[in-house]
Design a protein around this ligand. Structure first.
Ligand code: HEM
Ligand code: HEM
Length: 222
């Protein structure tokens, strides 16, 4: 059967790495392995920042302009029977995507100002007012529950679409659709995305690398 490319390597790589990294972030926090926690967090942030740049300059259906619709368009789409196919995120899932990206970004930013009140603190704790530290630390704990609820809904919606035959999960794994696209899409090369990730990763390493090595050694020493 003929297949049609619907997702580029960048969106797929970002998505599935993010799922693994968030799992690792949750587990490392539970185990109080903060060297690992912060290393995974900077890795996720490098991917996330690269994804945000990709949303401006990347492949057609990875861009905000392609999947952020006005509320009226979302309403119209929701009422349509049958709903028309879209070559990427549908108008409703576009908003969920925005929300998930924003909350993961806020989780990272607040992490930088979070303290466990004992030994470990983010690198901005000393630089900001203590009221900000208290707010950021509370948000860092609470936001995980909000994220878990939204991720639960997101996964249910994906399973529902997969089961109905839209095959959205398979598409995000293989990057291919069995349905012809409604318009031709331009895709950018994956190595540009990788370069962006490496640039952001290098920035974080230059800023926090030394501190991270010390914390990782402490994690390994148990
Ligand atoms: C940690 C959990 C997860 C988070 C934070 C998350 C977040 C996201 C984000 C931000 C996107 C947009 C991707 C992009 O444009 O770059 C997305 C898309 C998508 N995700 Fe997830 N995801 C998670 C888990 C999952 C799982 C477990 C599945 C499948 C069972 C899944 C299925 C999908 C699908 C099918 C899309 C494309 C949706 C569409 O067509 O609009 N996600 N997800
Ligand atoms: C998106 C990235 C991140 C995720 C998903 C995440 C997730 C978590 C989770 C689930 C907890 C446990 C909260 C609880 O005890 O209820 C936690 C705690 C913590 N995180 Fe993160 N985190 C992220 C980024 C960061 C960053 C960038 C830093 C600092 C550089 C950081 C530092 C901490 C600290 C110090 C704690 C302990 C707080 C406490 O004991 O109350 N996190 N994080």
């Amino acid at each position: 059967m003929q297949k049609y490319k619907i997702w580029d390597g960048a969106v797929r790589f970002f998505h599935w790495s993010q799922v693994l990294l968030l799992g690792g972030l949750w587990y490392s926090a539970e185990q109080e392995l903060y060297g690992i926690h912060m290393t995974l967090a900077y890795s996720l942030a490098a991917l996330l920042l690269a994804r945000l740049v990709w949303a401006l300059v990347g492949s057609d259906n990875a861009r905000f302009g392609h999947f952020v619709y006005s509320p009226a368009e979302v309403w119209h789409y929701w009422r349509q029977k049958p709903q028309s196919g879209v070559d990427g995120h549908n108008p409703l899932s576009g908003y969920m995507v925005l929300l998930l990206l924003l909350l993961v970004l806020l989780q990272f930013i607040t992490g930088l100002m979070t303290t466990d009140d004992v030994f470990t603190e983010g690198p901005l704790v000393a630089a900001v007012d203590s009221s900000w530290v208290a707010l950021a630390s509370s948000f860092h704990r609470l936001n995980l529950d909000i994220l878990l609820i939204l991720i639960g809904l997101h996964v249910l919606a994906a399973l529902w679409h997969q089961w109905r035959g839209d095959k959205v999960i398979s598409q995000l794994v293989t990057g291919k659709s069995e349905q012809p696209l409604s318009q031709p899409l331009q895709f950018q090369k994956f190595y540009w995305f990788l370069l962006l990730v490496l640039l952001f990763g290098f920035g974080f390493y230059s800023w926090q690398g030394e501190q991270l090595w010390l914390l990782l050694q402490a994690d390994l020493a148990g």
